[in-house]
Structure formats: C-alpha cells, structure tokens
Design a binder for this molecule. Structure first.
Ligand code: NDP
Length: 282
C-alpha cells in the first residue's frame, strides 16, 4: 500500500508559514501584500478556483481583491486594466484567471503583466528564467508538485520520470523542474504511441491530462511515485487522471484527488505572492 502524499496537510503547514512571513513583512514594511485577481466571465470552475485562492489569501493575511469583468470585455480593455495594475504601487501580485473567452488573446494579456507581479509564473520572462535556471517566479502547480516530492524525501537524481501532458502551465514547466533535480525526463501526450510502455518505465509518473482514471493500475511500475494533477468530475465527484484505488496497491507514494496537487497549487500561489511583494517592496 502506497504512502499517501497529503497535499492538504502540507499546504496547511505552508500556509501557516506564509502567515508568519506576512506578519513579519507587515511589521518591517508597514505594507500588506496585495493580490488582485481578475476573473472574466462566469465559468463555474474558474469561480470556485478564484474563491479558494481568495480565501487562502485572507487566512494568510494577504489582502486580495477580485475584479470581475463581463465576458464581453474587449482584449484592449483587459490589457489596459492589467497595465493600470502594473502601475499601482499598492498591488504586488496580479492573477488573470484562465481560461479567457475565445475573442481574447490570453498570451497578450499574460505578456502585459509586470514580471515581478506575475504570481502565476506564466510571463515569458519567468518561463525563460525557469528554462535557463535563473531566479524567477515558478508556476504554482509545478512548484507545488516539487514541494510535495521533496516533502517525502524523493531523490530524483537519475530517476526516470514520465510526465503525461505537455501544457504550458503543467507539463512543460514540470519537465524543467525535474531536470533541475537531475531526473531523466520524458513527456507523453496524445500522439504518444505506446503510453502504457512509457508509464511502466517510469520511477516517477506525473499525470496531467484531464481524463478521469486513464492511468490504470497495470500502467504503473511497482514502487513508482505517482503524482495525479488531473481534476475531473464524474457523477458530481472529483477524480484524478489516475485510478487511485488500483494505483495505491502498486505505487510507493501517491497523491489523492482531491487533497493532493490542488491545495499545493494554492499554497505555492501564496508563496509566489510573498516573493513578488519582497521583490517590489523590500
Ligand atoms: P491541457 O488540456 O492543456 O493538456 C492536456 C494534455 O494531455 C495535452 O498535452 C494532451 O496532449 C494530453 N493528452 C490528452 N489526451 C491524452 C491521451 N489520451 N494520452 C496522453 N496524453 C493525452 O491540460 P492542463 O495541463 O491545463 O491540465 C491537465 C489536468 O490537470 C486537467 O484535469 C486540469 O484540470 C488539471 N489541473 C489541475 C491543477 C491543480 O491545481 N490541481 C492545475 C492545473 C491543471 P496534446 O498536447 O497532444 O493535445
């Protein structure tokens, strides 16, 4: 039976640390870290993510402001709003919740965010820093995944890691972070020929696809570490990309859904907000 990597508990302890850091920073600077979240439209999943992020900020003593915009907002208006937030000295972090409506070029909006206020770590300069290995804001979900692996003492050096999914927000940045830790990394995607074969070779398997239970128990190498990023709703219940019940009997470590990567994404976002604040204010 695998050791469960408890993202909820780890996130709680990180959020408590952040709260202490915020108290110290407020004392030192007389200023309160302030995150502005921009939400365009009424997408229910986005609304619930934003709500969770705001609640976590409030509990950690970080001021958070939600700017809600109608999904008819023009790209130009959104870009202008971000530019205003860039200029505002009382704003230390800017998060534009994705996805944006089809008529808006999300890349242009993200490119507009000032690099030092980019709490999501999606700005091209932060992505370049990640690639090169220079200081920058790390994307929240990949950062949370690395923190989880470190929390249970997984030594990645020389390990074979497989990431299933090549998105800009999860798969590709996770690749960079695992490389930094000297893993030998493969990325699989929808055109991969024999996914099961690739999975069975992986000492560390990271699933970030968005297809419920697609990684079955017989695809996991005995003793592998399994990180399930997927969030899927099946009959009103949240499930991951990994068939947890089967996988837990084969893996050495596994993250649950819910209570795994999700809470860690939020914890990392708070850490990033503090990092931005320190860069801008201290
Ligand atoms: P994307 O939809 O951007 O990417 C999905 C990836 O999965 C693509 O690279 C796609 O390949 C690949 N894929 C699709 N079908 C298959 C298949 N049959 N076999 C192998 N690969 C396949 O998703 P995201 O990275 O944004 O998110 C992935 C999942 O993680 C979602 O469930 C999302 O909700 C969740 N998520 C969870 C977060 C958290 O905090 N817990 C944060 C972010 C995401 P191709 O490129 O070829 O199309």
């Amino acid at each position: 039976m695998a050791e469960i990597i408890d993202g909820k508990a780890l996130s709680k302890s990180i959020r408590a640390e952040v709260k202490e850091q915020v108290e110290t920073l407020v004392q030192e600077t007389g200023k309160t870290p302030h995150l502005v979240v921009v939400l365009v439209g009424e997408d229910p999943a986005s609304q619930s993510y934003v709500k969770a992020k705001q609640r976590a900020c409030e509990r950690a003593g970080i001021k958070s402001t939600l700017l809600r915009k109608d999904d008819t907002i023009k790209e130009e208006e959104l870009v202008q709003l971000v530019e205003e937030l860039n200029q505002d000295e009382a704003v230390h972090g800017i998060l534009v919740q994705l996805p944006l409506p089809d008529h808006i070029d999300a890349n242009r909006v993200i490119d507009t965010i000032e690099q030092n206020k980019d709490v999501d770590g999606f700005h091209p300069l932060n992505i370049a820093a990640l690639q090169i290995g220079t200081p920058g804001i790390l994307p929240a979900t990949p950062k949370g995944i690395l923190t989880m692996l470190e929390s249970v003492g997984i030594d990645l050096q020389g390990k074979k890691a497989l990431i299933v999914g090549r998105s800009n927000i999860v798969g590709k940045p996770v690749l960079q972070l695992l490389l930094r830790k000297h893993a030998t990394v493969t990325i699989a995607h929808s055109r991969t020929k024999d996914l099961k074969k690739e999975c069975l070779e992986a000492d560390v398997l990271i699933a970030a696809v968005g297809r419920a239970n697609m990684i079955t128990g017989d695809m996991i190498k005995p003793g592998a570490v399994v990180i399930d990023v997927g969030v899927n709703r099946v009959d009103g219940k949240l499930v991951g990309d990994v068939d947890f019940e089967a996988a837990k009997d084969v893996a050495s470590h596994i993250t649950p859904v819910p209570g795994g990567v999700g809470p860690m994404t939020i914890a990392s976002l708070l850490q990033n907000t503090i990092e931005c604040f320190e860069t801008l204010v201290k």
